[in-house]
Design a protein around this ligand. Structure first.
Ligand SMILES: [Fe+2]
Length: 304
């Protein structure tokens, strides 16, 4: 397992390395800085006149959750967010004709026990492949404000090849979408939604905490075990993450090995092409659909 810093490797070779468990860090590109600035502006506007890094000292958590419930979708669906994201892909050597992404998410990690569930969920150790992601999915993660080792995220690399007993067999992405996502803001102190957790003790160490500058990104496979670091910094962490897949790997079923994921459903319908925001071709999606998508179809009136 290797960590590459500003590698000149082609995207094709980079993906092969990612599927072997390697991690890539990329210095801030112009579009990444623009995306972070957009996030920062929206955050400051939403919480004004409060300092968004110190909300835990001055804002009731319920009120904070309400604001985040507006702020986060506003960022996700902001037209400039997709534009900057595509710019990041271009500046990182991705072929936009064949690279598909899902919309960028804004995440928060608050100090202590202030707000750790629902809209500000503190992610326990998990692989995204427990959540119905394809094995060719690559995760991109970047901080919006200055980051420290006390408020970042961690990768637990020794589980790359070691199975971990987990609840992914109970998880279906389509059911999750239908039942849970729209109610996330209601879960302020506890979270009753069924998520795939480890079902045995997890050895968190050794762990890799990558601390990059604002707009710097790190890339890792969706099959890596990763978690939110307990925030002991006394400052809120805001970060952006998004996911990509490459058409050739989707079609060829190429990706990281599956050591322990047993979920059903697929996120394959979420990705948008870098050039024209079209979805993956039907024949590509068909390789991943298992029939559960029609069991949990959303009523047309609730589709976003
Ligand atoms: Fe994740």
């Amino acid at each position: 397992m290797n960590i590459y810093v500003d590698s000149k490797m082609s995207d094709n070779d980079r993906r092969k390395e990612l599927y072997r468990g390697s991690i890539f860090t990329i210095s801030p590109s112009p579009s990444a800085l623009n995306l972070c600035q957009l996030a920062k502006d929206l955050i400051q506007e939403a919480f004004a006149p409060l300092d968004p890094l110190n909300l835990h000292e001055m804002l009731p958590p319920e009120r904070c959750a309400q604001i985040l419930a507006v702020l986060k979708p506003k960022f996700i669906h902001h037209p400039k967010a997709k534009e900057h994201l595509v710019g990041i892909l271009r500046e990182s050597g991705c072929d936009l004709e064949k690279t598909y992404f899902d919309v960028p998410r804004m995440r928060t990690a608050f100090p202590g026990d202030y707000l750790k569930s629902g809209i500000a969920y503190a992610f326990h150790p998990h692989r995204d492949t427990w959540y119905s992601a394809p094995f060719c999915q690559i995760n991109w993660w970047m901080p919006v404000f200055d980051l420290t080792a006390e408020n970042c995220m961690a990768i637990h690399p020794h589980y790359w090849a070691i199975p971990l007993k987990n609840g992914s067999s109970q998880y279906n992405y389509h059911r999750w979408n239908l039942e849970s996502r729209r109610n996330a803001f209601q879960h302020v102190k506890t979270d009753t939604r069924v998520q795939p957790h480890p079902e045995e003790a997890v050895e968190l160490d050794p762990q890799i905490r990558l601390v990059c500058n604002v707009g710097g990104a790190y890339l890792f496979s969706a099959a890596q075990l990763h978690s939110t670091v307990p925030n002991t910094s006394n400052l809120t962490r805001y970060s952006i993450d998004f996911r990509t897949v490459h058409l050739d790997d989707v079609m060829g079923r190429i990706g990281a090995p599956n050591v322990d994921s047993a979920c059903t459903g697929t996120t394959i319908g979420d990705y948008l092409r870098g050039t024209d925001l079209s979805h993956l071709p039907q024949e590509a999606m068909a390789l991943y659909l298992d029939g559960t998508e029609s069991q949990h179809a959303q009523p047309v009136s609730t589709l976003r």
